[in-house]
Design a protein around this ligand. Structure first.
Ligand code: ADP
Ligand code: MG
Ligand code: MG
Length: 522
């Protein structure tokens, strides 16, 4: 598509043009916090033993060409998607039926579910839930039908630790800046223009979501004079800190809200819930100033989604402790579970009525069908007709090529691709139960484009493919009998474009193969 219409994009640069462009990428990125801590494979531990260095985040030099209709469609349906996942997370009964199938074979999901059950037994004290979501898409165009228009297909829907919102807006800023200072050479046609580079509100819009939750929490429950704060629950070490700081900084400057970073492993050491208080306010004492106590309004999880983070029963105790507190969780355990690949597969089942059931009372039939149109084929691996069909594909080297097998995991690096699927299935042995914790998805194969990626101080040019993520913010009330509306706030919150080498299977920027990009709409 785009590559064949515009074969000369991005333009060839002379060495002087290239040096000018690159020196501006390097300087602007550091000036504006478009940065990451270098990974230890790039800078050795001896060189950066105090983890104090920062380098430009992996970025593309040019914004990637992206079909305007796909971009606009992805943004237009985001609030419907937000509502869908909020309503899924509210529907414990519906979730239970699905989750119970997986808990037998997936310890991690089982632990998460147990946390929910434990809090349910005691009684939840917080009825508000915050979602900072990201719906990810690739562009699909049927190669056998050259006249059809490109469409978006959903890769996945993230409900926990949807990252890069802090850097995404800055890459848009970088590419606009490069245009403004004439660092891009004249092109014919002039593809990079002010009107082809849409503004990206991700930092302001996502931080606004946290601010709205903070406000909705209301006055302190522990003691009227206790100051309030938001806690970012984080991994430690974390290379992607500036992405998170961008949100914390916007919370302070735009909303006057104080945030602290709580490494998940030290949760129990630095937070507590007073046993005498039935409303269970969560109290945080910062290690740098333990005599000052803060009451936590909102817990923003940028950690806690990978089984490796739960190193002992203490880790699960910590997750339970946070879940049962009065703080608004972003996400709650049920919202975390709603983001499972299994849920996506069930929602995407052709001719199923789930979408209508969740959305038809508030969302138009037209919008529901536009949401449905983004579903790629996803199959269960079970005893159903579709499941048997999928097992047939997954065990056949001749058929598995066009598919990806996914477990119920987040954070990149967990999937099995194409020809590796049959031997993997074989390694699971005869226990068909074990299949059930996976889904099989058709591979979306977007048309390749060209771009240059700047990563770890080096420029690599070549064929790339992009993955568009649209952020969404949603605040809702759960519980059976809520007074007033269920959904209190709901908006589309900016976008992320990640670009990776055409032949690399995963596009994780943090995991090591991709770059943060922005769209040049065509
Ligand atoms: P995670 O939650 O670990 O990010 P994803 O479902 O997003 O899991 O898969 C990780 C990556 O694998 C995606 O960013 C994308 O590059 C690739 N991928 C996943 N599903 C597909 C698909 N159906 N078609 C093409 N690529 C895919
Ligand atoms: Mg994910
Ligand atoms: Mg993903």
């Amino acid at each position: 598509m785009a590559a064949s219409i515009y074969p000369d994009y991005p333009p060839e640069l002379t060495s002087t043009q290239s040096e000018y462009l690159l020196s501006n990428v390097k300087d602007w990125s550091i000036l504006n916090g478009l940065a990451v801590r270098p990974s230890l494979s790039f800078v050795s531990e001896e060189v950066d033993s105090s983890r104090s260095l920062a380098v430009t985040a992996p970025v593309t030099i040019f914004p990637s060409l992206f079909p305007r209709r796909c971009f606009e469609e992805a943004r237009a349906i985001q609030t419907a998607y937000n509502e869908l996942y909020a309503l899924v997370a509210r529907d414990e009964e519906w979730l239970r039926n699905i989750v119970e199938e997986i808990v037998e074979v997936d310890d991690f999901i089982a632990h998460l579910w147990d946390v929910h059950l434990a809090v349910k037994k005691e009684g939840y004290v917080q009825s508000l839930s915050l979602g900072i979501f990201r719906s990810d898409y690739m562009v699909h165009k049927d190669p056998s039908q050259p006249d059809t228009k490109p469409e978006i297909r959903q890769v996945e829907f993230n409900t926990i630790a949807s990252s890069f919102g802090g850097l995404a807006a800055k890459v848009s800023g970088l590419h606009s800046h490069l245009l403004s200072i004439t660092a891009y050479p004249p092109m014919n046609p002039a593809l990079i223009t002010k009107s082809s580079l849409p503004a990206n509100s991700s930092i302001a819009s996502i931080s606004q979501g946290l601010a709205v939750a903070h406000k909705a929490y209301g006055p302190p429950k522990s003691h009227p004079s206790l100051p309030l704060c938001i806690l970012f629950v984080v991994q430690d070490p974390e290379n992607n800190v500036f992405d998170q700081h961008a949100l914390a900084s916007a919370l302070l400057s735009n909303h006057n809200i104080l945030t602290f970073r709580l490494p998940f492993p030290v949760t129990l050491a630095h937070t507590h819930i007073s046993s005498g208080q039935p409303s269970r306010p969560l109290i945080y004492k910062p290690p740098h100033s333990p005599s000052t106590a803060y009451e936590v309004t909102t817990l923003y999880f940028r950690a806690g989604y990978a089984p490796t983070e739960y190193t002992s029963s203490k880790s699960w105790e910590a997750r339970l402790h946070l879940e049962r507190s009065a703080a608004i969780k972003c996400p709650s355990i049920l919202t975390h579970l709603a983001g499972s690949k299994k849920i996506q597969q069930i929602l995407a089942t052709p001719s199923s009525l789930h979408l209508d059931r969740f959305l038809s009372s508030t969302i138009s039939a037209d919008l529901i069908s536009r949401v449905r149109a983004t579903f790629a084929a996803i199959y269960p691996l079970d005893d159903s007709k579709a499941g048997k069909y999928a097992i047939g594909i997954a065990t056949d080297v001749g058929k598995a090529r066009g598919y990806v097998l996914k477990p119920q995991r987040e954070g990149g690096g967990n999937n099995i691709y194409g020809l590796k699927i049959p031997p993997f299935i074989k390694s699971l042995g005869d226990e068909s139960k074990k299949y059930r914790s996976h889904i099989l998805m058709e591979l979306i194969e977007p048309p390749a484009l060209r771009n240059s990626v700047y990563r770890n101080g080096e420029v690599t040019q070549g064929e790339v493919i992009g993955e568009l993520g649209v952020y969404g913010v949603c605040l809702w009330q759960h519980g059976e009998e809520v007074a007033g509306p269920k959904i209190l706030e709901n908006w589309e919150a900016g976008y992320l474009l990640r670009t990776k080498g055409k032949d690399s299977e995963e596009g994780g920027v943090a995991a090591g193969f991709g770059a943060v990009d922005s769209v040049c709409l065509i």
